[in-house]
Design a protein. Structure first.
Length: 404
């Protein structure tokens, strides 16, 4: 039952939200025909050209023998395939030996029938499992701008799945569960299901909550479903290959470009993408439905660790007050698009020492080698190296010259 957390959000709810999360009861859900213990031969993956999506695709290709149907927004199947390969190359995951197992479908997850030809749609209906990862991730835009991709897209995926009783694994965000945080009380349970008035944060979080509600209602009517709530996802442990659109690293870049950091520190944690993807793929291929899974890193690190690792690599960073940094960032944002993005990132109020239960995840991964790497200087170093290599961060020499 949603709304069990008790917190009320003073912000008005978007118009039409109640209708957005109402499951169409005229849609019948067929009983699943396959066995949860049979390895899937056909996997439908949405969002495979995104950051976590590329890692998910890589894990499916390396951990299974399945053919992967990739639904991609593109003008044609050739363009869709090119986008998939580009994403895998960009995150240093591409292996040409897997080419024949990637089946691109050029469509739009938010459109009826995904905008595909009937024969193409019927092919997707033969999937053995669906991992719905596609989403428009933007922490600045309002719910109304994200609704089509994040809510209607989820509805379309569930409607396809309903026709064949296909298990659906929905990739959400831990920020949805954060609405139930009550520090210093116990950890937020994986079963936590907040109501709309309790969801705090932004339009993106609310859109993922709405997606979770649709998934939960489909599950209550018999569709095999699971919800995966990853915390802030970073790059892989070995490569540090991370999205340059990520809010955390966008703020790190802003500190580098300004040559200054705040004296205050706070504990933070990151979840490596290779761990998150491996966990989701394992659960999707081993019948892990009927539950919600929190994907978290139980270890933390002080934010000063990031500044120390940057300084160790030659980036000159002084300290400045938060007010001074804010003023400098606002001024510099006029001539640097990346800094403008950093200035637009909303500052979230602290909820204290929030802990999240991950018992379902730990139990499901028991007996496997899948483990979340702890926070470490090495993990931060790999990210700095990657971000310098792709040009997101300047070289330390350039940064030193700019601040001289």
């Amino acid at each position: 039952m949603p709304g069990e957390c008790g917190r009320q959000n003073v912000s008005p709810l978007p118009p039409g939200l109640t209708a957005d999360v109402r499951w169409n009861r005229s849609i019948s859900i067929r009983s699943p025909t396959g066995s949860a213990h049979t390895p899937p031969q056909r996997v439908l993956l949405t969002g495979g050209t995104g950051f976590l999506g590329a890692y998910l695709l890589h894990e499916f290709l390396t951990r299974t023998d399945a053919k992967i149907y990739c639904l991609v927004r593109a003008g044609g199947h050739a363009e869709a395939f090119d986008r998939i390969v580009s994403a895998l190359r960009g995150y240093r995951l591409w292996d040409p030996r897997h080419t024949s197992r990637i089946l691109p479908f050029a469509g739009d997850v938010s459109e009826p029938g995904f905008g595909l030809l009937q024969r193409e749609y019927r092919a997707l209906c033969r999937s053995d499992v669906i991992v719905h990862n596609a989403a428009r991730v933007n922490h600045v835009e309002p719910y109304s701008r994200l609704r089509s991709a994040n809510v209607e897209g989820t509805r379309q995926v569930l409607e396809l799945a309903a026709g064949g009783g296909i298990p659906v694994h929905f990739v959400s965000t831990l920020s949805v569960a954060a609405a139930c945080a009550r520090p210093p009380a116990g950890p937020v349970l994986e079963s936590a299901r907040p109501g709309p008035a309790e969801v705090h944060g932004n339009g993106y979080v609310l859109s993922k909550w709405a997606g979770e509600e649709l998934v939960a209602q489909a599950g209550e009517r018999g569709l095999p479903v699971a919800v995966h709530r990853p915390d802030r996802v970073c790059g892989g442990v070995v490569t540090g290959a991370v999205s340059t659109d990520d809010a955390f690293w966008t703020l790190v870049r802003a500190a580098v470009m300004l040559g200054a950091v705040p004296p205050e520190s706070a504990e933070f944690s990151l979840v490596p993408a290779d761990y998150a993807a491996a966990a989701i793929v394992h659960l999707a291929t081993h019948g892990g439905t009927g539950r919600t899974y929190h994907l978290t890193n139980r270890s933390t690190a002080p934010l000063t660790l990031v500044w120390e690792r940057l300084r160790a690599r030659g980036f000159p960073l002084t300290t400045a007050t938060l007010a001074d940094l804010t003023a400098r960032l606002t001024g510099a944002a006029a001539t640097d698009q990346g800094l403008a993005r950093a200035a637009a990132i909303p500052v979230q109020g602290s909820v204290g020492e929030v802990r999240f239960d991950d018992s379902n995840t730990v139990h499901a991964l028991a007996g496997t080698p899948i483990r979340c790497a702890p926070m470490s200087a090495e993990l931060i170093d790999r990210h700095i190296e990657y971000l310098v290599d792709v040009g997101f961060l300047p070289s330390p020499l350039v940064a030193a010259g700019a601040s001289a």
